[in-house]
Ligand binder design. Structure first.
Ligand code: PLP
Length: 480
């Protein structure tokens, strides 16, 4: 593509993006299509000859954009709502032009140093300790990868196991290595246990209290029982903002257990830890600084486009011990530099720091704080509406911007589950909003989360109206 043609096409792409962001609310949040519809309408074989970009853009506009689930839509209130903000989109586009592969300092000096700096900005924003070497951050694609790397470092922390060299398979000298997290922890911890060879049987899911926080006495009891059975407890994962309810595990007590038992403490704050940039949320996060590693995803609630997950590790040399391998073709003359390939599984890496840096600069810390506060205020208003609404009940406390609730028509809990499933389907079928669900204490529960920059009170009121109308329709259809 000659640069003149590229320039023209990029101007067009900028228009497409701006038009999309200006009008995204005109789409239903989820396209009304069936599986296979998109693929069927696209050419099934690659073109043999070059195609003009006009035609490619046309297909993008007709087939791709409308058939997308619109995460950048103000009515997107499902899962954890996120935003690819303007500054983040610009950073992502510029990174593509540079096309840096920052595996080594020399293959991406600016990418490496900006990654270190941008992570340190996030550390400062979260008020994590500044002492030299504490909580060095680097960027991964997702929290799933960050937690996996952290648990690999935890295994390296148990140095006597010599796992890097000798592996785990077939060893009769190894005790059973056990991991601990709450019954509300994210499934990425299970995946890490599978991938690293701990095995699901050795991941203890500790029960939670009424507010869905890990019970520390149950954690202690599980560790004691495992030790009595000859197991070696390796790590505990505490969550700040569990996926279903955004509950926060009691970090100071869990940290005390981890210290006493010489276990690694990893904190999964993929979504809600972003709220820690606001001082008023810090009391909820007491004990965070005692962790060995912490993950937070700027691509969830700091308005950076997917993907961008920051992993802070107090002793990054453990990650290097777990992963660093330097074949001859990757040796470099520079000394005392960070080579990001040493901190995980992947060799090549994208220049993700650029979009993070641009977002923080363009919003300023105050701008980011304001948005998070606004989202939490909207969620509290919605929770208050639910509480005041006959026939509905909140199902969990609302510490951040996620509300778990459920309709409670007359009938058995199972009848109520089915009613709520139908309610969710009816609300989502309308188009302007998308909610999601979870199961808590065995019950089917609806979730509404506020995290998109374009979401305002108007959209929350629209969600309330749609919930109210669908609820009334379902009750009348059931003759209640
Ligand atoms: N941890 C928590 C608490 C989450 O809620 C999620 C996803 O929502 C994850 C981890 C996984 O995040 P990712 O998609 O970045 O792997």
């Amino acid at each position: 593509m000659p640069t003149a043609e590229f320039r023209q096409a990029m101007h067009r792409a900028a228009d497409l993006m701006a038009d999309y962001l200006e009008h995204v609310q005109d789409y239903p949040v989820m396209p009304k299509i069936s599986p296979g519809d998109v693929r069927r309408r696209l050419p099934q074989t690659p073109p043999q000859d070059p195609e003009p970009f006009d035609r490619i853009f046309d297909d993008y506009r007709k087939l791709i954009e409308p058939n997308t689930t619109h995460w950048n839509h103000p009515g997107f209130m499902a899962y954890f709502a996120v935003t690819g903000s303007g500054p983040g989109i610009i950073g992502e586009s510029l990174a593509a032009a540079l096309n840096v592969n920052a595996m080594l300092w020399r293959t991406g000096p600016a990418a490496t140093e900006l990654e270190e700096l941008a992570c340190d900005w996030v550390r400062q924003m979260l008020d994590l300790p500044a002492a030299a070497g504490e909580f060095r951050g680097h960027i991964n694609d997702t929290a799933s990868m960050s937690s996996l790397l952290s648990l690999a470092a935890a295994r390296e922390h148990a140095a006597e196991l010599d796992i890097r060299r000798r592996g785990m398979a077939g060893r009769t000298d190894l005790p059973r290595l056990t991991l601990y997290c709450s019954d509300q922890a994210h499934s990425s911890i299970d995946k890490a246990a599978i991938t690293l060879g701990f095995g699901l049987d050795n991941l203890r899911r500790i029960e939670t209290d009424q507010a869905f926080r890990m019970k520390v006495d149950a954690l202690e009891a599980a560790i004691a029982a495992d030790k009595a059975a000859g197991c070696r407890p390796v790590a505990v994962v505490a969550t700040v903002g569990t996926t279903s309810t955004t509950s926060v595990d009691p970090l100071p007590e869990i940290a005390a257990v981890a210290r006493r038992e010489n276990m690694w403490l990893h904190v999964d704050g993929a979504y809600a830890l972003a709220a820690g940039i606001c001082p008023e949320f810090r009391p909820l996060l007491a004990g965070l600084a005692e962790a060995d590693s912490i993950v937070t995803n700027p691509h969830k609630w700091l308005f950076v486009p997917v993907d961008c997950s920051v992993l802070f590790v107090r002793r990054p040399e453990l990650l290097r011990r777990a992963f660093s391998i330097v074949p001859d073709y990757l040796t470099t003359p520079e000394t005392g530099v960070t080579n990001l390939m040493d901190y995980g599984v992947q060799l090549g890496r994208r220049f993700r720091a650029l979009k993070l840096w641009m977002v923080v600069r363009a919003f300023g810390v105050k701008g980011l704080q304001e948005r998070i506060r606004y989202h939490c205020a909207l969620a509290r208003e919605f929770a208050a509406w639910i509480e005041a609404q006959p026939g509905f009940a909140l199902f969990a406390p609302v510490p951040f911007s996620t509300v778990c609730f459920r309709a409670v028509p007359a009938g058995s809990p199972e009848d109520q589950d089915r009613f709520n499933e139908r309610l969710l389907a009816a609300v989502n079928a309308a188009g302007p909003v998308l909610l999601s669900h979870t199961r808590l204490r065995g019950r089917y529960v609806l979730r509404l989360t506020v995290g998109n920059l374009r979401t305002t009170r108007v959209h929350l009121e629209q969600a309330e109206r749609l919930i109210d109308q669908a609820h009334a329709r379902l009750l009348s259809a059931a003759g209640k």
